[in-house]
Design a protein around this ligand. Sequence first.
Ligand SMILES: [Zn+2]
Length: 454
Amino acid sequence: MKTVGFRSIVLYLLLAVLAGGAGYLIVNLFFHGSQWAMQPYNGHIYAEDATVKLGEIEDRDGLLLAATGEEGRYYNDSETVRKAMLHTVGDPYGMISTSVEHTMSSRLSGYNFFTGLNRTVFSQMGTDVTLSLDAGACTAAYEAMNGHNGAVFVYNYNTGEVLCKVSAPTYDPENVPEDIEENDAYRGAYLDNSLSASFTPGSIMKVVTAAAAMEKWPDSWMDRVYSCEGAEELGGDQITCLHSEAHGEQDLSSAMGNSCNLYFAKLANDVGAEALQKKAEEMGFNSELHMGSIPISKSEIDLSSCNRNQLGWAGVGQYTILANPYHMAVLMGAIARGGEYTEPVLTRNQDLFSGLTGGKSHQLCTAKEAQNLRSLLRNNVENYYGDWMFPEGMSVCAKTGTGEVGEGKAPNCWMIGFCDSEEYPYAFAVMAEEGTGGVESAGTVVSAVLQALK
Ligand SMILES: [Zn+2]
């Protein structure tokens, strides 16, 4: 009897292992099957059967971006379009994990968990995807980046439709460079900088510091005056304004326009580390944001152990602060829409796949804060940067930034903002690495994209 008991235990154990393994396989296949089917090493699935074709990818106006032909996947005729849209569309080797070819592979391949990649009446066929992006705006952005690495993200803050998304360094998916793995010029080329990387923000952070002041002094924030001598000691070390320019006595509005570091460093110290940290987190820092199924690189802030000088620098977007371009764009979209942003989506025909592509609403600040920040950002363009640099009638609200990165490198140049316009409901974030200034290096890109979208 004892032996029989032992045998049945062994049998049950074996059964349990088998059931567990099969369960794991099924669950894994369910969640990753479509990606597995898309992998290059499974190319035979398509090659052996000409009736299996990946769906086409088009831009919002029907321009063909990717399709499958006799010799496999091919892309748009123009090299510039291919490079500008690489990180959105994808490449034939599946190297870009946030691309549409990767994240929407089940839809493109017609892969179905229950029927696999076959062509029974029950299976869905490979479906075409119409992106919300405008290829013309993407190429305009890529060209205006003028060889700089960085990111461009522009979306319609009412519908959530992404109109322009560009990341550099990039490469041509039709002619993948042979030295892509070794050449420093391509370092990070598989990453979409707008979604999967975070950078020193510099002065665009002043938007967050200003919001923290609005929360602390709801009725008197606009009257807080600080003086600036261009370079002053604060908390045992120097805080300096750009070119040590002395801005004199200012209120929050003029300090935002002048982008005065000393004003915001002093403001950050009076707001306090805890309140600034709390406000930044409310506004999306340290949060795991998503665009549909795509996880976004976090914007980071940690003021838990900073001294007065470091808190001053944190208030102007230095210290250890990092900002993600997608996050900055949706923060601008939230300010444009009374504090709530509509989660960006990449496709126009999202009816079938709304669960995957987002469209949800998220609160980042109060309606009152949004209104106040909008006036400050509009004042920046009207009275400091100049409306002349943007297409007429777009009523652009914006903030520039130059994030100092050290190591003898030129700064990250940013411009974030939105059009305060029913006709042009666009929010944007542009970051150009190693640039010369926010307006020159990033503002020109914003201008080119808005021109293309007009
Ligand atoms: Zn100053």
